[in-house]
Ligand binder design. Sequence first.
Ligand code: NAD
Ligand code: DAU
Length: 350
Amino acid sequence: MIDFEKDILVTGGAGFIGSHVVRLLVKKYPHYKIHNLDNLTYAGNLENLSDIEDSENYTFVKADIVDDSAIDKLFAHNEFDGIIHLAAESHVDRSISDPMAFIRTNIIGTVNLLNAAKDHWAGSEGKLFYHISTDEVFGSLEDGFFTETTPYDPQSPYSASKASSDHFVKAYGNTYGLPVILSNCSNNYGSHQFPEKLIPLCINNIKKKKSLPVYGKGENVRDWLFVEDHAKAIDTIFHKGNVGETYNIGGLNEWQNLDVIKYLCKIMDSKLGRIVGESEKLITFVKDRAGHDLRYAIDASKLTNELSWKPEATFEAGLEQTVDWYLENEIWLEHVISGDYQHYYQQQYE
Ligand code: NAD
Ligand code: DAU
């Protein structure tokens, strides 16, 4: 039996960002045991990890973070050195139709993990609870950038639930001395993202010549970051970040939604051998998202200056790689869009 140097618990490792984080850790740190805890909601998919599932330093645990006794037992049976907490309900539109699911997982689930860490780590040195959060907790920007000291002003049930979880994490650091770190990141894109989010939804619809639903006028701005750069930032912060600190992560890459969609159409017309401008005709303006934040933009200079992280992928290269991945992984896409997705899509768009 291998004597692993560290045991790391990643929650939500079967989701989009979590699977990139798990893959990076399993490959880069063969001397760490990586435990992936996920309850496989519609967004969790073990196919995301098929390339590393047989690795000796990887193990999967199916559990719900809302189930406090299951979480407590897991901590009683394992000596985790650190937690990287990504498990969450993550889609803003779903939070508008079902806020309670977000309260349960994002708030209660996070507090259950904090309680388990607090109780089982009492008196131990060198532990770390790393909470992954979003720039949406800061609300909508008119000008300037979100920094680590921007006041919280969440506008959607999703961002309110994430803001609440951030506050609980900080409160457990302050009140109980739990060693915590947080990061707040901008919009991610890349392979394995569930096609409810703007970019994979449009890639799928362009491929199938279905309409591309643009909320409002398509003028909302997001700061896009390639998911592999986010995973590298998480690795950097986990290993080099200062306990009690929070770090912003972003791509310095602001785009209006309509421009992102037009750019995707251009890439895909060329890859699919369509005439220039053909896919743009699929663009359809639909009812705006309720409470739609106008602009997000991150100042990540603290992370760059203190921990030497910066995004590596250009949007052009990252987006092309993403499109290629979706075109080459038709079986993955067909699996995730069968069943419940059809129902969700109808409710949301038709
Ligand atoms: P995702 O929806 O793709 O994946 C979430 C994962 O959590 C899934 O595998 C799901 O099965 C699991 N999960 C959900 N509820 C659970 C529960 N009760 N118990 C155990 N597992 C559960 O999400 P994502 O886009 O990969 O986001 C991951 C984290 O990063 C979230 O905390 C999100 O708030 C944050 N974040 C996301 C983005 C983004 O652009 N996607 C940006 C910044 C921060
Ligand atoms: O900023 C970080 C956040 O980014 C994460 O915390 C969230 O988990 C993640 O889902 C993402 O939130 P957004 O709401 O910004 O992402 P989404 O892909 O849903 O939407 C991106 C933009 O595109 C947003 O302005 C809404 C718009 N949009 C989205 C969809 C799904 C459309 O115009 N049409 C659509 O069909």
